[in-house]
Design a protein around this ligand. Structure first.
Ligand SMILES: Nc1ncnc2c1ncn2[C@@H]1O[C@H](COP(=O)(O)OP(=O)(O)OP(=O)(O)O)[C@@H](O)[C@H]1O
Ligand SMILES: Nc1ncnc2c1ncn2[C@@H]1O[C@H](COP(=O)(O)OP(=O)(O)OP(=O)(O)O)[C@@H](O)[C@H]1O
Ligand SMILES: [Mg+2]
Ligand SMILES: [Mg+2]
Lengths: 457, 457
């Protein structure tokens, strides 16, 4: 007979850790560093701090590493440290604005993986403007998804920031190239960051900063009307049941002013003065469908998004790859299921890139480099469908294309945040961007060709 | 300033439903049917019932469908229905034996997707040997991950079983081919099942049964010693802290008898009489590593696994594809991280399959067909690395290969259970299986060629 029970989210991700990028000791090194560095950069951006991040890897023995990531971010409030690091689905990034983190899972997965492979507690040293420096060691109660604080003591830091130090089973030799590539590409996504890597007794590697422009902080935006599925509608209606339909639209959604609301409601034959709590189920159904289909709402407010930008992105690519030419383009803000998104990209030609008939693709989501699971990624799919022969690639050339998708909700295919699902609205924008970058490349190549031919005469 | 909070597992999968296969209205139709049919077959297998499953799809309007799946399985106990269907990470398949379901997520995702796209409660009609027929309608409190029972009434069924009926937003036209392919391939994975598909007013489609052999029920097995990470060790030690090391090994692990335990402990210089609660941290570390590395433990007990089997699999392939030839092979039971697994497969040649230089690959995990995310799947990766030209495919032929991975823990890449992660031990076994199937194909092709040449003389 069947026994029914539940498992905690920590237990779920413990059993299925390959879904979060911790399936083997090679990818685990990359995933650990990626989750920690991502958090560090997020922690700098909200207060417009120029990120200074130090990644240290020490070989403990043949398959155990010690990894630490230190940042100069805003730090973690003392009372939040245990849950932030020791509980799955707990974090500060659940609001509707672009951040690198999104699930409340990343660092906890790294700590969990370290705990089950090395039995060594994680050390967290953090200081904020309001909490003095504190050093905690903790482990995770996986079955109950709860942190276990093992020790806690005061310890000053020279300034705000966080250092996370853990031991993991890892294959350094197999993973180091990807780690180096990840940290280098991190400065293309975040050109104003300075990243240092120390591995055992080797000489430090440093990347960036390649720009001194600090992105403006993002602000949380109300949902866009195109996101109005029944769950969102129900939650909004429960919050203010006495709102009229007109109030409901204007107060709850971005890009819906008084006139737009009136226009929409009359177009759909709704009574703008009806209380939302009094709407029939049929009316709510009609409301949800028409909000998602009405095409006269303005594009989303892009202040919840934060692109890399033309100057910083080109500057990073030039410093890292010394290309012969580089061009940038970005699309207007758009939305998928009501979630604002923007695509930006750069195309470059230069001997740092391999000679191929298809441009080498560097993928980014919310400015974070994506290095695994390329072949199922929407960006790769569109790359393959683009007719690069029309853009000067009749013969193979050393061309690279860097594409960054910014969104308040990136549609990742899996919890390891390595590839983007096929979403029609996003696919459409990628297509336009790649074609536009192709045209820019073609124009530059023709110009260069012409200069050559003129020189020869 | 940052606000810290947590989200429920239902909220997590609501926000990121593309990870579970519900990212667009085409895949959602497939995922809904797949999750329901999978549950139905699981519900038959434990009591060796020959599955009879009816899938009905009705068009409600241009983008809304009603989908119901009815089975003759063991049913769901009345008191368990709300949580089983209305709570994420709640189910009956968390023990260590092979089942199609594994997360306690699938049907709840389908219901959640239906709820947010159509606001229509799900209807569940179920009857078990011990609970009389009951009809429930329920919805999901997403923020709290709790079921909401909307109505409940007695309603007889002619026998035990379950019918789940829900409305979803779906694109029938775009998804029907995949649904038909999924149901047809389901009978290759489960040849003794009978599947009926009704779509609106069209004529029913029926597949199977193609075999009357009912697989023997699987039994739950103790963990294999190679799964001994620190989390498992700690849990086992906490259960019986007064066990001696020797008792600990023999009582807790499969394939560790008295002599094997003694041999292992002396080889690793442990004291077999030491109480596990008294072990030093260094000793526990040594224990975990040596259990995972010691290569003299027997292969896992395969009674927790359930392959399709040669006769049933070949019979289904013959009935569905009428091939010129079909051959079967299976590997011995093995383990990955201590989780038992078996690979089996068939190779077929026939005009039902497209003419290609690489065999057409049909993937299965725990006997369930996998139709999405092929290019990142480990099976596809090994297929591409296999030198098919050595096995008679110098020129393109109409060859298909069907591979089924059975495991107590399938390493899915994402919660939608569509592709298998790259695990070295599994990759190795797939390689051997594909080479062996290739050799069988080659042998048959040479025989056929010889018959042809002899005929011509
Ligand atoms: N270096 C850091 N500095 C400041 N805050 C941090 C740092 N690392 C983690 N945090 C806090 O801990 C929380 C949990 O981190 P975690 O990586 O688990 O989730 P996340 O970043 O919110 O989302 P994701 O799972 O996508 O990474 C974060 O939301 C953040 O508030
Ligand atoms: N048709 C059915 N007959 C009997 N029991 C069912 C049926 N459908 C669902 N259940 C019960 O409901 C539970 C939850 O189902 P659900 O699909 O959410 O999870 P699962 O099948 O255990 O795992 P997965 O998420 O991998 O599908 C199952 O474990 C099973 O006990
Ligand atoms: Mg994070
Ligand atoms: Mg299921």
């Amino acid at each position: 007979d069947e026994t029914f029970s539940s498992i905690s989210p920590a237990e779920f991700f413990y059993r299925n850790r390959q879904m979060a990028g911790f399936g083997n000791p090679t990818q685990a090194v990359y995933s650990t560093i990626r989750e920690l560095v991502e958090n560090s950069i997020d922690a700098c951006e909200q207060k417009q701090i120029m990120p200074k991040i130090r990644v240290s890897i020490h070989t403990i023995d043949s398959d155990e590493l010690s990894i630490s990531v230190d940042d100069n971010g805003v730090g973690v409030p003392t009372e939040e440290i245990p849950a932030a690091f020791g509980r799955v689905l707990y974090g500060s990034k659940y609001d509707a604005r672009q951040r690198r983190g999104t699930f409340g899972l990343g660092v906890t997965m790294a700590i969990l993986y370290g705990q089950i492979t090395t039995d060594t507690p994680v050390l967290i040293h953090s200081q904020t403007e309001n909490s003095p420096g504190i050093l905690l060691s903790l482990s995770i109660d996986v079955e109950n998804n709860e942190p276990i604080v093992l020790s806690q003591e005061s310890l000053m830091r020279k300034s705000t920031g966080t250092c996370v130090k853990l031991h993991i089973r890892g294959d350094l030799k197999r993973s180091i190239d990807r780690v180096v590539e990840y940290l280098s590409l991190t400065t293309v996504g975040t050109p104003h960051a300075c990243i240092v890597l120390d591995v055992d007794m080797q000489e430090s590697l440093t990347w960036g900063p390649y720009s001194d422009e600090c992105p403006s902080p993002t602000i949380t935006c109300k949902p866009h009307p195109r996101s109005a599925d029944f769950e969102i509608l129900r939650r909004l209606m429960d919050k203010n049941p006495d709102f009229t339909l007109h109030q409901f639209l204007v107060e709850n959604f971005q890009q819906v002013g008084t006139r737009t609301a009136t226009k929409f409601l009359s177009f759909m034959a709704f009574d703008p003065s009806e209380r939302v709590s009094k709407l029939s189920r049929r009316a709510v159904t009609k409301l949800s469908r028409s909000l998602q289909k009405y095409d006269a709402f303005s594009r989303p407010d892009s202040r919840c998004l934060s692109v890399i930008g033309k100057r910083p992105m080109q500057s990073a690519i030039k410093s890292l790859y010394d290309p012969l030419l580089v061009a940038y383009d970005s699309r207007d803000p758009s939305e998928w299921n009501g979630h604002p998104f923007i695509l930006e990209g750069a195309i470059a030609l230069g001997s740092s890139f391999p000679v191929t008939s298809l441009p080498t693709l560097y993928r980014f989501a919310n400015r974070v480099p994506l290095l695994y699971d390329a072949s199922e990624d929407l960006l790769t799919k569109v790359l393959r469908k683009t007719r690069w022969t029309r853009y000067g690639l009749k013969s193979p050339k050393s061309v690279a294309i860097f594409i960054n998708l910014c969104s308040t909700r990136v549609p990742y295919k899996a919890a390891g945040k390595q590839s983007i699902a096929s979403i029609p609205q996003i696919e459409e924008e990628i297509k336009h961007l790649m074609n536009s970058l192709g045209r820019k490349l073609n124009k530059s190549l023709k110009k260069t060709d012409k200069i050559y031919r003129d020189k020869r005469r």
